[in-house]
Design a protein around this ligand. Structure first.
Ligand code: SF4
Length: 217
């Protein structure tokens, strides 16, 4: 796959460390990963603020589904997400709500556990694995597909299933948690600043090496 190291190095030089994910605890990170599904981060922040300092696995386990849905309403799909938060918290309970215990698990096994939780798909699972559980799995979101396609990765490299693309990326970069952590955050930053739906190629730090393919993958 073309130039992933070059892509990473240029973005890191341009934006520096991103200190991602924006959360004060690993549990809040996991909650945010569910709340951000199909909505902008600004709405997640409103939903998180509605917890008024009560956000904890114990609170979510004990609060009624109706009240939880009311709290997270700004994030959209709130009834569905309330069920997902309850299910995620049920999974976390088997580790006594202790992130260090969960982190002792093997990455693939944890991934399968998360994928079995209602409302957690691959992108959400991989986000939780990297940013809460410290397991290196590459997140293949829409920003990633768009950037890799435009950058010039072969079409065969960026189409296909989530798993195909994740494995192809992972096979072309060192399996290092810090690299995976930063790479995804840099892609998100770049997609917001330059490689938007309508790309701002003039002044883009990747312009000299990017194929600038304009068709979406
Ligand atoms: S040069 Fe254009 S298409 Fe390429 S990464 Fe930058 S903004 Fe995206």
């Amino acid at each position: 796959m073309k130039g992933l190291s070059q892509l990473y190095n240029i973005l890191f030089r341009e934006y520096g460390p991103r200190y991602w994910w924006p959360a004060s605890t690993p549990y809040e990170m996991m909650v945010g990963a569910i709340l951000t599904q199909n909505t902008a981060w600004a709405n997640v922040e409103k939903a998180l603020a509605n917890f008024e300092g009560r956000l904890s696995p114990q609170f979510i386990a004990s609060v009624s589904g109706k009240e939880l849905a009311r709290i997270i309403r700004p994030s959209g799909y709130y009834n569905q997400k309330a069920l997902s938060l309850k299910a995620l918290t049920g999974w976390f309970e088997k580790y006594s709500y202790e992130i260090e215990k969960a982190r002792e698990g093997e990455g693939q096994a944890l991934r399968l556990e998360l994928l079995a939780v209602k409302g957690i798909g691959r992108e959400t699972a991989d986000s939780i694995l990297i940013y809460a559980l410290n397991k290196p799995f590459f997140i293949v979101d829409a920003y990633t597909r768009r950037l890799l396609f435009r950058f010039g990765c072969a079409v065969d490299d960026i189409i296909g299933s989530y798993e195909d693309l994740r494995l192809r990326i992972e096979n072309n970069i060192p399996r290092e948690l810090k690299l995976y952590n930063e790479f995804h955050a840099l892609i998100v930053e770049h997609a917001k600043r330059c490689c938007r739906k309508l790309p701002l190629c003039a002044g883009c730090p990747l312009a000299a090496v990017c194929c600038q393919r304009i068709l979406e993958a």
